[in-house]
Design a protein around this ligand. Structure first.
Ligand code: GLU
Length: 446
């Protein structure tokens, strides 16, 4: 490893030794920058690696709220404003009991490069809270969101930091956050994306992450002179991302055979298509967070407490949460003939899984490239808000597709330039990094 890269990594491992997920994400990115750092001395001269791995700002705050019985609860809220070299901080809010500062730093760090890859003017950030949405009434969720944004509103804004949804934050939560912000600042403005269609939201935003992942998969298959037609796909999750991926993949002739939730996974040998895909939305809206309901309704196989990676498939698309596919899962998938893995979740695969894919010539699309369609369409929502215009569905979809085609081409070109042709991890990290790093140099030591 390049001595500068290893010096920075060692330093971070000492300084933030308890931040496991953050260190995992940083290690992956920095290791793949070895060649760039060697060929381009300006990055060391300007100490870009130390600067890019330290958030510009972290806001951490108390979120008190009252449940329907009048009991008081306190959660922790965060916003990691990681890098604003390319534009206002941009990235989702995650409400989930597993949320920690380490997790949000990993997500915010990834977001810098993902947003850079989209080619749109967006910096990187991420936020959220350890609040568990599951089992809460609408009123409880509303009170929580109002309390959360009553603090956070002073740190965000259309030209400062533009949050969006993520796990646990969907249309309902975004509505409550937006309403309270508007009341506090007395301005109707596009400071958050994923808004409702009648109040500033963009068409295709709900589908965008899943659609984008499938467009990316199509591009990889094109290089191999293949297509999605008649391919069998295993998906995890059953939320917004899995839903969008299922819609687009089936439209392009593929067959979806699995979905999953915290309770286990469903194997539907007949394929998940048409109304069955619509039912994912019903399950999500029920707030039960269980996929067994699907198995009961459509008489499909349900595997309690298991992940879907033991099935025979051509393509695997993790759509749920970080580290949801590990080295052992990878071995099983490969043995059963899977030869393409597309991360629609952020860092869905562990480093051991990614190593297995590389060893066995399985194509692998990392999340920061493959799931960039979500935030890219958020960027398109910001553009529409700034212009006070609303684009047609086809226009947004065509722009999204072009962005995914460009990201794929840029990753591939970067992998070729650095003699790692077809390594999308290295390609995405290098292509994403260079723009941000050069912008930081051009903007001086800030
Ligand atoms: N949470 C999504 C992501 O991980 C979307 C972020 C956004 O739209 O700002 O990229």
């Amino acid at each position: 490893m390049n001595p500068y890269v290893s010096e920075v990594l060692e330093g971070l491992k000492k300084k933030y030794y308890w931040e496991k997920e953050f260190l995992q994400a940083v290690t992956e990115v920095l290791e793949s920058l070895n060649l760039v750092i060697e060929r381009e001395p300006r990055y060391k001269k300007h100490r870009i690696l130390e600067r890019i791995t330290e958030p510009e700002r972290v806001v951490m705050f108390r979120v008190p709220w009252q449940d329907d019985r009048g009991e008081i609860h306190v959660n922790t809220g965060y916003r990691v404003q990681f890098n604003s070299a390319l534009g206002p901080y941009k990235g989702g809010l995650r409400f989930h009991p597993s949320v920690t500062l380490s997790g949000l730093k990993f997500l915010g760090f990834e977001q810098i490069f993902k947003n850079s890859l989209t080619g749109l003017p967006m910096g990187g950030g991420k936020g959220g809270s350890d609040f568990n949405v599951t089992g809460k009434s609408d009123n409880e969720v509303m009170r929580f969101c109002q309390s959360f944004i009553t603090e956070l509103h002073r740190h965000v804004g259309p030209n400062t930091d533009v949050p969006a949804g993520d796990i646990g934050v969907g249309g309902r939560e975004i509505g409550y956050l937006f309403g309270q912000y508007k009341k506090l600042v007395n301005r109707f403005e596009g400071w958050i994306t994923g808004k409702g269609l009648y109040w500033g939201g963009s068409l295709i935003r709900p589908e965008a992450t899943g659609f984008g992942a499938i467009y990316f998969a199509e591009e990889i298959l094109k290089v191999k002179k293949e297509s999605l037609k008649d391919k069998t796909i295993a998906l995890s999750g059953f939320g917004n991302v899995a839903w969008g991926a299922a819609l687009k993949a089936t439209e392009l002739g593929a067959k979806i055979i699995t979905i999953s939730g915290p309770d286990g996974f469903v194997y539907d040998k007949d394929g998940i298509s048409g109304d069955k895909i619509k039912y994912l939305l019903t399950m999500r809206a029920s707030g039960r967070d269980m996929v067994k309901d699907y198995a009961d309704k459509y008489k499909a196989e349900f595997h309690s407490g298991k992940r879907p990676w033991s099935v025979k498939c051509d393509i695997a698309i993790p759509c749920a949460i970080q580290n949801e596919l590990d080295g052992e899962d990878a071995k099983v998938l490969i043995k059963k003939g899977c030869n393409l893995v597309v991360e629609a979740s952020n860092m869905g695969c562990t480093p051991e899984a990614v190593t297995e894919f590389a060893k066995n010539q399985v194509s692998f699309a990392p999340g920061k490239a493959a799931n960039a369609g979500g935030v890219a369409t958020s960027g398109l929502e910001m553009s529409q808000n700034s212009m006070r215009l609303k684009w047609e569905k086809n226009e947004v979809d065509a722009r999204l597709k072009q962005i995914m085609v460009n990201i794929h081409a840029n990753c591939l070109t970067a992998s070729q330039e650095y003699d790692q042709e077809g390594n999308y991890v290295i390609g995405a990290n290098i292509a994403g990094f260079k723009k941000v790093a050069d912008a930081m140099i051009e903007q001086g030591l800030v």
